[in-house]
Design a protein around this ligand. Structure first.
Ligand code: SAM
Length: 525
């Protein structure tokens, strides 16, 4: 049967209409779910903020596996928060909310944002219908607000309410295993103004707001989006090509792959990570980097025996343990929170949590210093708290000295150093949450006395490094002079530390989990 042209055209147009309807309903569905996902995140953020309680950052909540439409959810949450004071005032003055919808205030905020400032609302859902029926009332309430605030347009009004924009340059670290720095500058320079950082040789600075998430160089692992402070850590450790290096708490692995690049892919990086989920992220990062000298180890750093052969040869340890993440307030978008606008301190200090974290940090640092062949240990946090920084370093200093370590000065040209709370804290490095837009802390321990400290000296011991006679004599003198008391201290410290560890752990289904694994992992770089 031959069909007429008109009939064919009609069928085609019908099919196009049906497909348009299908697309529309897909769009409606995805907008509906994005609003629900954004509601959950917003509720968690606002409740945490109101109770001055630490919850995950907006980003960590959005990037949790349960959120499917991450991009739309993130945008909706951030935009709603940005406009929240206006939205609240509009809703209050229009008096349209009954008790039922007042109980779902976060969803109402999000839909109102869409009605007032977002795209044309894709109307599905009861809450959407309720608010769309009152769209005129909402809009006239906004118009009255404009008049009251003497704002000419919405932009003026938004500016009146907005907290100052916290802008931070976009840093990217060139993965020199895949690309050299000059080629990266050339390639990124096609789209952005690019400068080289003057402290970390493979770090580039791009203008704030440069969105590189889908840039081919990011997607193929030639560059990593990594902040300046975070990039200082592996550079401070300065591992040599060919060394065996241990990254003690390594996921998601940004510093691990930086170490591998600094070692030019030679030698070995052992990347230890306790959290199973995060081990997957670590493996992805390693894969993306193209590094072939990284061994991923799923386990508890505190359980690694420094005397066991793979670890007894480790020359350097990077210890970047779980911390409060208080230095990442800008990254966490805390300036969008109502408490920030109200002028409260942006950081929520939960002393009990800080003390728990610090207890783990001290154990981990003491453990790192006990590896017999280690020459350099870097301890870093993205915290601004003295409890997690200077206090941790100070607490291990006698032990560190007894092992032959001294504090060294990473990046001496950097002006911001440790808080002056003990002699030697001027060696420590800090970055400032306000001035540098991220709060970071780095301590570098260097072993100046290279004796083999795997064997503790006894009163009558020879030099345990069993080198030359001179060397043995020299060390014996040192032990006599310095180490008899620290040795006792060591023993006591170890009994305390490992005893504490034993008591501090819980058995779970036969597997030992450390207290640390129970902490919320707020920080990543
Ligand atoms: N250095 C990482 C980076 O730059 O990508 C970030 C590390 S993050 C601050 C701390 C990590 O330590 C978390 O992934 C946490 O799961 C892990 N962790 C906590 N306790 C641990 C332990 N006892 N042994 C090994 N890893 C641990």
């Amino acid at each position: 049967m031959v069909r007429s042209k008109a009939a064919t055209a009609a069928t085609a147009s019908g099919a196009a209409k049906a497909s348009r309807n299908q697309r529309l309903s897909n769009a409606e569905r995805s907008a509906y779910f994005a609003r629900r996902e954004a509601t959950k995140v917003l509720r968690c953020v606002l409740q945490g903020d109101a109770q001055r309680r630490a919850v995950g950052s907006i980003k960590s909540l959005v990037y949790s596996p349960s959120v499917r439409n991450k991009k739309a959810t993130f945008a909706l949450v951030c935009q709603t928060l940005k406009h929240l004071p206006i939205i609240k005032e509009v809703l209050e003055t229009s008096s349209i909310l009954n008790s039922k919808w007042k109980r779902q205030e976060e969803l109402v905020y999000i839909i109102t944002y869409d009605i007032l400032f977002g795209q044309d609302i894709l109307l599905v859902g009861d809450a959407e219908k309720f608010l769309m029926l009152r769209k005129d009332a909402i809009q006239s309430s906004l118009a009255r607000l404009l008049v009251r605030k003497k704002a000419k347009c919405i932009e003026d009004l938004t500016a009146l309410y907005q907290t100052p924009d916290v802008t931070k340059p976009r840093y990217v670290r060139v993965n020199t295993l895949k690309m050299d720095v000059d080629s990266a500058v050339l390639e990124l320079g096609k789209q952005y103004m690019v400068r080289k950082d003057d402290m970390v040789p493979d770090l580039l600075i791009l203008p704030p707001g440069s969105d590189l998430h889908n840039h081919p160089l990011v997607v193929n692992g030639s560059v990593f989006m990594q902040g300046k402070a975070s990039s200082l850590v592996a550079a401070a450790l300065a591992p040599k090509p060919g060394w065996k290096v241990l990254d003690a708490c390594s996921a998601p692995g940004n510093k691990t792959v930086h170490l591998a690049a600094l070692m030019k892919g030679k030698g070995k990086v052992i990347a230890c990570e306790l959290n199973k989920e995060r081990v997957k992220r670590l493996e992805d990062t390693v894969m993306l980097s193209g590094a072939t000298n990284i061994e991923v180890l799923h386990g508890d750093f505190l359980n690694l025996d420094p005397k066991d052969p793979p670890y007894s040869e480790v020359c350097a340890i990077l210890l970047d343990p779980s911390c409060s993440g208080s230095g990442t307030a800008v990254e966490r978008l805390d300036h969008l929170l109502p408490s920030h606008a109200a002028g409260h301190a942006p950081d929520i200090i939960d002393t009990e949590r800080l003390n728990k974290l610090a207890a783990f940090q001290k154990k981990a640092l003491a453990h790192a210093l006990s590896f017999p062949a280690v020459e350099r240990v870097v301890y870093s946090t993205c915290s601004i708290h003295q409890t997690e920084n200077e206090d941790v370093v100070k607490s291990v200093l006698p032990l560190a000295t007894s092992y032959g370590f001294q504090l060294a000065t990473p990046f001496p040209q950097w002006h911001r150093r440790g808080l002056l709370v003990f002699k030697g804290s001027e060696h420590l490095l800090r970055t400032d949450l306000v001035e540098d837009k991220e709060g970071f802390f780095i301590a570098l321990f260097e072993r100046r006395d290279t004796a083999d400290h795997s064997k503790m000296p006894s009163k009558s011991s020879r030099c345990p490094c069993a080198h030359t006679r001179d060397c043995a004599n020299a060390h014996r003198i040192v032990y006599k002079k310095k180490y008899v008391t620290p040795y006792m201290y060591n023993r006591m410290f170890k009994i305390w530390s490992y005893g504490g560890l034993k008591f501090g752990r819980k058995k779970s289904g036969g597997a030992t989990i450390s207290l640390e694994s129970e902490h919320e992992m707020v920080s990543s770089s």
